[in-house]
Design a protein around this ligand. Structure first.
Ligand SMILES: [Zn+2]
Length: 242
């Protein structure tokens, strides 16, 4: 069984055809898979871990537009037939992927309607996520955005332990590290999370859910649409923020 859901859902013939061309690679935290405004060389289908698509600023701070886990592909510009991308793809949580040269993916998209349909559906989902992120970053306070991000990341990597630092969170949330540390400190005092060196553990998921912004409900809806094969978890309902 494929650990990448996009590949796993392809018809067997289309998947077997692609399998021969996919190369297994490790994803290491901090690794840049795609630099902004540079030609796309590879598409990555993560099988574990988490990749952030980051908007860059001239001043230095970054902001996450969308993230890609084992439910998607880093390579939407290839799918949409553009050679460059305005964002930077950076591994946020280490894992693994299977990668395909961009020119080979372009050829496969032309030859395989099943692959093309699956990739275009994913591209649409990714664009929706970018829109939701814009709303979130503009309207919702840092404390709620932090809860949302931790929960969504946990859903994507299927673990309550997230191997990342406050610096990683500052990178995705577009705020100084000190601001993340203050917000994380509040959550730790509320016994919702536990911060360790190089990792954050969710110890009270329910407490995070009631403190997350309403965007998490949208994230959960996406998760419901793309549950991993065999995952029968019933996600609890989220109470609206008072
Ligand atoms: Zn939000």
């Amino acid at each position: 069984m494929h650990a990448n859901l996009l590949l796993a859902r392809l018809p067997t013939a289309a998947r077997d055809r692609l399998d021969r061309r996919l190369e297994p690679v490790d994803l290491l935290r901090g690794q840049v898979l795609q630099r902004a405004e540079e030609p796309t060389r590879f598409a990555y289908f993560p099988t574990s871990g988490l990749v952030s698509l980051l908007a860059l600023t001239a001043e230095g701070p970054t902001l996450e537009l969308a993230s890609v886990g084992h439910d998607g592909v880093v390579g939407v510009p290839v799918i949409l037939q553009t050679s460059r991308t305005p964002y930077q793809a950076v591994v946020q949580i280490s894992g693994a992927a299977r990668r395909l040269r961009a020119d080979l993916l372009t050829a496969e998209l032309g030859d395989s309607p099943a692959l093309r349909d699956a990739c275009l559906r994913y591209a649409s989902q990714s664009l929706r996520e970018v829109g939701q992120s814009t709303v979130c970053h503009h309207f919702h306070p840092l404390s709620e955005r932090l809860c949302r991000w931790l929960l969504s990341a946990s859903d994507r990597v299927h673990s309550d332990t997230l191997a990342l630092t406050h610096e990683n969170l500052a990178q995705v949330l577009g705020v100084p590290r000190t601001a993340v540390s203050m917000a994380a400190g509040d959550l730790q005092r509320a016994e919702a999370i536990r911060c360790r060196r190089g990792s954050i553990v969710i110890v009270n998921r329910r407490r995070l859910e009631v403190s997350a912004c309403s965007c998490y409900a949208a994230d959960r809806e996406d998760f419901r649409l793309t549950p991993p094969p065999g995952d029968t978890r019933v996600l609890p309902s989220v109470r609206p923020i008072p």
